[in-house]
Ligand binder design. Structure first.
Ligand code: PEP
Length: 248
């Protein structure tokens, strides 16, 4: 049985003062034992998360990582730096990185490898645009994106990954995939994992992301292959984020 995993993606939001309120709100909650929650925050706030969340049940992580170990890569942040701040997770290949920063499947695969090699769990984001969905290309796109990651990985690497299916048209738009639409893609991704490692495929968490809110979370999280959520906007409010975790 896979525990539900709820991860907040703060994107480029927060301040030292606002974060204290949000993190205290999360820490004060009585989480059900079979829930795991974490927040992926802007890099400058990792130290704050480390000091506020150490010893709590809430994990933390970053929103991107360099594909390189160290050196002349101005502005980049290495996975060993993330480890210095206690990161358990790093989001890789979010559609906002693919769209605004030109990240392609090969770069995402390299970042996943770098994270895995250093013991940080990559949350690998996959998802189609609206035009791709309307052209009937959803399966082709998400399978191509996952294939690039799997081609660069060993069979056992799968156990160290979390996948997040995030239809691009649902991110930050208020439009959510129906539970059936999401389940269909999640089942497809799990079948693709099973081709590489049948044992691991049943253990990997596949999260749904895209306008998940307290009022639509329960239906989504009831689907057999939806193991949690990657939550943007609603994770900026402790009550909403916790209500989603509770709905799981
Ligand atoms: C995201 O950015 O990963 C996301 C799912 O955002 P939102 O929940 O705001 O759609």
């Amino acid at each position: 049985m896979r525990h539900k995993l709820l991860v907040g993606n703060w994107k480029m939001n927060g301040s030292l003062a606002a974060n204290v309120i949000l993190l205290n709100g999360l820490k004060a909650a009585a989480l059900k034992p079979e829930r795991d929650i974490a927040v992926c925050v802007p890099a400058p706030y990792l130290a704050q998360c480390q000091s506020e969340l150490s010893g709590s049940r809430i994990g933390w992580g970053a929103q991107d990582v360099s594909a390189h170990d160290a050196g002349a890569y101005t502005g980049e942040i290495s996975v060993s730096m993330l480890r210095d701040f206690g990161c358990r997770f790093v989001i890789v290949g979010h559609s906002e990185r693919r769209i605004y920063h030109g990240e392609n499947d090969a770069m995402v695969a390299e970042k996943v490898q770098r994270a895995l090699a250093n013991g940080v769990t990559p949350i690998v984001c996959l998802g189609e645009t609206l035009a791709e969905r309307e052209a009937g290309k959803t399966a082709m796109v998400v399978c191509r994106q996952l294939d690039a990651v799997l081609a660069a990985s060993g069979a056992d690497d799968i156990l160290g990954m979390v996948l997040a299916y995030e239809p691009v048209w649902a991110i930050g738009t208020g439009r959510t995939a129906t539970p059936q639409m999401a389940q269909e893609v999640h089942a497809l991704l799990r079948a693709q994992l099973a081709e590489k490692n049948p044992h691991a495929a049943g253990r990997v968490h596949i999260l749904y992301g895209g306008s998940m809110r307290p009022d639509n979370a329960r239906e989504l999280l009831q689907m057999p292959d939806i193991d949690g959520g990657l939550i943007g906007g609603a994770s900026l409010n402790a009550a909403d984020f916790l209500a989603i975790a509770d709905a799981a």
